[in-house]
Write a protein that binds this ligand. Structure first.
Ligand code: SF4
Length: 221
C-alpha cells in the first residue's frame, strides 16, 4: 500500500460531491477503518448515525456485533480494513439503492481495492454483494460460498444489522453461519499472508480511536 496514493485518495473522497447522497443532511463522506496494509477487506453497505458522527464505518451497534464475531475467529478491527459501498449516509438510514452503490463504489471502492490490494474480500450484506455480482445475487443462497473479483476471493455473508433484527432460533443459526464464513475468510487471508498480525491482545475501543476525527467532522460543518 502506497501512503501518498492512499492520502491522495482520502483527500478526493472527502471532497467528493459526485451524487445527491452528499446532500442528504450528513456530515460528509465516511472513510475506512483499520489497517490499509491488511490482506483482509470487509465491505459493508453505508454509514448509519454513529458512523456519520465518527467518520468511520461500522462503529455503532452493528459494529459492536461485528467486533465480537471477528474476535471469535482471531481478528481485531485494527488489523483488518473495513469500508462501505456507499460513503455518505443516506437520509433516515435507508438502505442505499444498487444504483447509488454502483455510482459511489465505481469511484471510490475500486480505488480502495487497487490501493489496498486485499487477498480476501468479505461482502457484508446484499448491497455489497450485489455491487460485485448484480441485482439478482442473493445473500441467502450464496453466503458461505467463494466468488472472485479481479482474481481476489470474495465471501458474501450477512450484514451484522441483519443479525440484530433476528431472534430465537434464526438468530442462533445466523450467528453460527457468520462465524463459519468469517472463519473461512480469516483462514484464507492467513494462508495468503502467514506473517501478518491479525489480532491484538484486546479489542480496540474504536470510538476512542476515532474521537479526534469525530471532533474534526463537527468543526468542518
Ligand atoms: S455517496 Fe459517494 S459518490 Fe456520492 S457524494 Fe458521497 S462519496 Fe461521493
Amino acid at each position: 500500500m502506497n501512503d501518498s496514493k492512499m492520502s491522495a485518495w482520502l483527500n478526493s473522497l472527502m471532497a467528493c460531491q459526485a451524487c445527491d447522497l452528499r446532500h442528504e443532511g450528513n456530515l460528509g463522506p465516511v472513510r475506512f477503518s483499520g489497517d490499509a496494509s491488511s490482506p483482509l477487506m470487509f465491505v459493508g453497505e453505508g454509514p448509519g448515525g454513529v458512523e456519520d458522527e465518527y467518520g468511520v464505518p461500522l462503529v455503532g451497534p452493528s459494529g459492536k456485533l461485528l467486533d465480537k464475531a471477528l474476535w471469535s475467529v482471531g481478528l481485531t478491527r485494527d488489523h483488518i480494513y473495513v469500508t462501505n459501498i456507499v460513503k455518505c449516509r443516506p437520509k433516515n438510514n435507508r438502505t442505499p439503492t444498487l444504483e447509488e452503490g454502483k455510482r459511489c463504489a465505481n469511484i471510490h471502492l475500486v480505488k480502495e481495492i487497487e490501493l489496498v490490494q486485499p487477498k480476501v474480500i468479505v461482502c457484508l450484506g446484499k448491497v455489497a454483494f450485489q455491487y460485485f455480482y448484480g441485482r439478482t445475487a442473493s445473500i441467502m443462497h450464496n453466503r458461505g460460498k467463494w466468488f472472485e473479483y479481479e482474481g481476489i476471493p470474495v465471501m458474501p455473508t450477512y450484514h451484522p444489522a441483519f443479525l440484530l433484527r433476528q431472534t430465537g432460533h434464526e438468530l442462533v443459526e445466523s450467528k453460527w453461519q457468520v462465524y463459519y464464513d468469517f472463519k473461512a475468510a480469516a483462514e484464507k487471508a492467513k494462508e495468503a499472508m502467514p506473517d501478518f498480525t491479525f489480532k491484538s491482545p484486546e479489542k480496540p475501543d474504536l470510538l476512542a480511536t476515532y474521537a479526534e476525527l469525530q471532533k474534526s467532522r463537527h468543526i468542518q460543518q
